[in-house]
Ligand binder design. Structure first.
Ligand code: ATP
Ligand code: MG
Length: 391
């Protein structure tokens, strides 16, 4: 008998009409993330079972803790359907857990098993009380000992590993994440993934002003995010010519405003090509001059695509806390310069005016530069496995 991992669904259980779609998407994502293992998935309306070989059980459970749409993960231990064997296995499992009170919950899926569930609860409960110093509490026990009697054998389980919740990635379609090497945008990407948005990443690089290390840092961040997705791509935009043209033609204080308007235009045009419905970025209100509300509205003016800013209303410390939790923080703080910081003017405008921005843009032919830039985007996909080696 193989080991089973039982999965309880996350928020998707509340979506009645779309339930099937959600469950199928989750199963597909699990299948993809576990493509290197031999597994079998059985699913119903309330849970999913994954059959897996015993030696991989811990590894697989760990991968499942990164998959959105999972509320909890339970490792079920198999045993022959034989009362003595079940008693023995129950004690073995309970000795590894610390608890004072418990209850037994038997589910007799195989009705050919002769002892009714309630009676079996008493048989097993009595055996536990005889061998372990503890009490029964049916209302609020420290642990619930679950015994599931099925045709192929019996499964016993106690504790649940918490999943990360959210919606299965992809259920909402795709977004284009503007991914820099900073702290904020990877967190923004994670939060979008959590709500079921699959992401592709867009990184603007300006060699030789920005280094190969800066690019590898972004690829590494994308690889870390990929643990939560499985299908992330990084699109590297050759941004040097545009940045140099901006630098040459636009007054200092508006360099960042114009640069970001052009980034948005590229994100929209290329995002549409990649079938993305939204742009996602790591802007946070008031954090820098280009993120005041006035700046945001002047920059946002160039696109009709919805721009989602998941960290817009978080404090930097809150963003850092999430970055640490999801594993991007240590990489984000590596000191390689980004194109935004290299060309940073001394006094960027805090309250830009739209007509001025438009006027400065008319000083150079940004449209053909954008076309050329989009034609030369490099796509990186093969980072998935070895991101540890990138830097
Ligand atoms: P982050 O910490 O994510 O770098 P930030 O606080 O440094 O953000 P900005 O540099 O103003 O802020 O950038 C705001 C957002 O614009 C970033 O979160 C990211 O989404 C996007 N962005 C900035 N630079 C780049 C880049 N080189 N490539 C892709 N996106 C970028
Ligand atoms: Mg940045």
């Amino acid at each position: 008998m193989k080991h089973l991992i039982l999965i309880k669904y996350g928020e998707l259980t509340t979506k009645k009409a779309n339930r099937k779609v959600f469950i199928n998407m989750l199963a597909k994502n699990i299948q993809m993330q576990l493509r290197n293992y031999e597994i079998k998935i059985q699913k119903d309306r309330v849970r999913m079972y994954i059959e897996v070989e015993e030696r991989y059980i811990k590894e697989v459970a760990e991968i499942l803790t990164h998959i959105f749409g999972i509320h909890s993960i339970v490792i079920c231990y198999p045993v022959d359907t034989n009362t003595d064997k079940i008693k023995e296995k129950v004690l073995e499992l309970l000795k590894e857990v610390s608890f004072h009170t418990f209850k037994v919950a038997t589910k007799r899926a195989d009705k050919s098993f002769p002892i009714p569930s309630m009676e079996f609860n008493n048989v097993i409960g009595g055996h536990v009380l005889k061998n372990i110093d503890c009490k029964v509490d049916v209302h609020d026990p420290d642990i619930i000992l679950q015994i599931e009697i099925r045709k192929e054998g019996t499964y016993i389980y106690t504790d649940e590993i918490q999943g990360i919740g959210g919606y299965p990635v992809g259920i909402q379609g795709k977004g284009m994440l503007m991914l820099s090497g900073g702290i904020d945008s990877p967190v923004a990407g994670y939060m979008a993934l959590k709500r079921g948005v699959d992401i592709e990443c867009l990184y603007f690089e300006s060699p030789p002003h920005t280094s190969l290390e800066a690019k590898n840092k972004v690829i590494k961040l994308a690889s870390i995010l990929n643990q939560y997705s499985g299908s992330i791509k990084v699109h590297v935009v050759p941004f040097t010519k545009i940045q140099e043209a901006i630098y040459k033609n636009v007054p200092d204080s508006y360099i960042i405003t114009i640069m970001r308007r052009i980034m948005y235009r590229i994100a929209e045009q290329y995002g549409k090509k990649r079938k993305c419905k939204i742009i996602i970025n790591g802007e946070s209100i008031g954090q820098v001059a280009s993120q005041t509300l006035t700046s945001m509205s002047v920059i946002n003016e160039v696109t009709n695509m919805p721009v989602i800013r998941p960290v817009a209303c978080l404090d930097k410390l809150e963003i850092i806390e999430i970055a640490k939790k999801i594993g991007t923080y240590e990489t984000s703080i590596l000191p390689f310069e980004d194109c935004c910081t290299i060309f940073l003017p001394k006094h960027p405008v805090i309250h830009p005016e739209l007509n001025r921005a438009k006027e400065y843009e008319s000083y150079f032919d940004y449209e053909s530069l954008i076309d050329e830039c989009i034609c030369n985007i490099e796509v990186v996909t093969d980072f998935c496995k070895n991101y540890e080696d990138l830097l």
